[in-house]
Design a protein. Structure first.
Length: 162
């Protein structure tokens, strides 16, 4: 078996990254990332990109500081499908936790779809514990440009960073 090592860096997502983020979701989702970049500029969120040496994002995710006082809420975490299960999600989550701690907060929270046991297993390996569940929904754009409402049950998880 051939081993490939990829040197990755984590930085803030920028407008220039968006054309390379089509793997992260529907075209609507990628267009709406502009709003998250503006929120990051305002200090409400951090939106991270894990990048290759040439600067291409292979993972993205946000930390929202407005959801729950005293906590950073991780959301919209995603790794390029061709690179999943390579440790990139772990790098993304740990980088997000560092950002939360840098703000002086000691609690990280997230929601994981009940239909995504692989992601939940990752979060549990990283020390997250379930504390509840809630129904989540958002609009998803189909290939023809039409929108449909996606609904899912999410397990709420948290980790004490202290």
């Amino acid at each position: 078996m051939t081993e490939i090592r990829l040197h990755l860096s984590v930085r803030d997502l920028t407008d220039a990254d968006l054309p390379s983020c089509g793997w992260a979701g529907s075209p609507k989702h990628v267009r709406e990332l502009v709003n998250q970049i503006r929120r990051a500029e305002a200090g409400e969120v951090d939106y991270l990109a894990v990048c290759t040496p040439v600067g291409l994002p292979v993972a993205v995710g946000g930390i929202d500081y407005t959801v729950r006082p005293g906590a950073g809420t991780l959301w919209q975490l995603g790794v390029h499908p061709a690179l999943q299960s390579c440790g990139i999600g772990t790098l993304l989550v740990r980088s997000a936790e560092q950002r939360i701690s840098t703000r002086g907060l000691t609690l990280a929270e997230l929601g994981v779809e009940e239909s995504n046991p692989r992601a939940r297993a990752l979060y549990e390996r990283l020390g997250y514990r379930a504390f509840g569940s809630e129904l989540e929904s958002w609009d998803v754009e189909a290939e023809d440009g039409s929108l449909r409402r996606y609904e899912t049950l999410c397990t709420l998880m948290r980790k004490d960073l202290a």
